[in-house]
Design a protein around this ligand. Structure first.
Ligand code: NI
Length: 199
């Protein structure tokens, strides 16, 4: 977390005003995604496993963060990204599911989930190269605030519902591999171990 925050600050300090936009663009490129490590109690794992705190005050700073998160998500070709994944333990996530627009969710609450559940293959920018089928509700209703501080309620189904539930889990310190059965989880962990050995 400290590392990520130190990059933009030191960068901006040495930037002349008319280059400010360029500096922000470079900052976006510098937002690092925290990856799960196959060892207990690492700093990365500690961040990913922690429950995030409410944003409460939606300021210009959080608006900027939301934009940076969207840029980072697009850069890494993800469909969703949550605060803890960039070292920010705040209740914010962004999505851009296929066929949908980019969205920002701040202090979200899942207010309804359908009885119907569906299985679908998921991956995560914090666990690259790993994919597994996860069962989740097919439809959901979520209440949240956008980056401008406007409250909204959204009903989602299909891929968007899935992405929202996956990102919401991140705010609770839950990863998609936690929702697998024992066999599925063992498979994922052995894959992580192989990746680690391969360097
Ligand atoms: Ni994820």
């Amino acid at each position: 977390m400290k590392k990520i925050l130190s990059i933009p600050c030191s960068f901006r300090a040495y930037t002349i005003p008319f280059l400010h936009n360029t500096a922000l663009f470079l900052y976006h490129l510098n937002m690092e995604i925290i990856r799960l490590e196959n060892k207990d109690n690492s700093e990365n794992n500690r961040v990913l496993r922690q429950k995030s705190k409410p944003v409460k005050n939606i300021s210009g700073e959080i608006r900027k963060t939301a934009q940076e998160m969207l840029d980072t998500m697009h850069r890494d070709k993800g469909v969703g990204l949550a605060g803890p994944q960039v070292g920010l333990l705040k209740r914010i996530f962004v999505t851009h599911a296929e066929g949908d627009q980019p969205r920002v969710f701040i202090d979200p609450s899942i207010i309804w989930t359908s009885q119907d559940q569906v299985r679908y293959e998921e991956g995560c920018l914090s666990i690259p190269g790993v994919w597994a089928h996860v069962t989740r509700p097919e439809k959901i209703k979520i209440q949240a605030w956008d980056e401008k501080g406007r409250a909204f309620t959204l009903e989602a189904s299909g891929l968007l519902a899935r992405v929202i539930l996956h990102e919401y889990d991140h705010l609770e310190g839950i990863l998609f591999i936690d929702r697998l059965d024992t066999a599925g989880r063992a498979k994922v962990l052995s894959k992580l171990e192989k990746q680690k050995k391969a360097g």
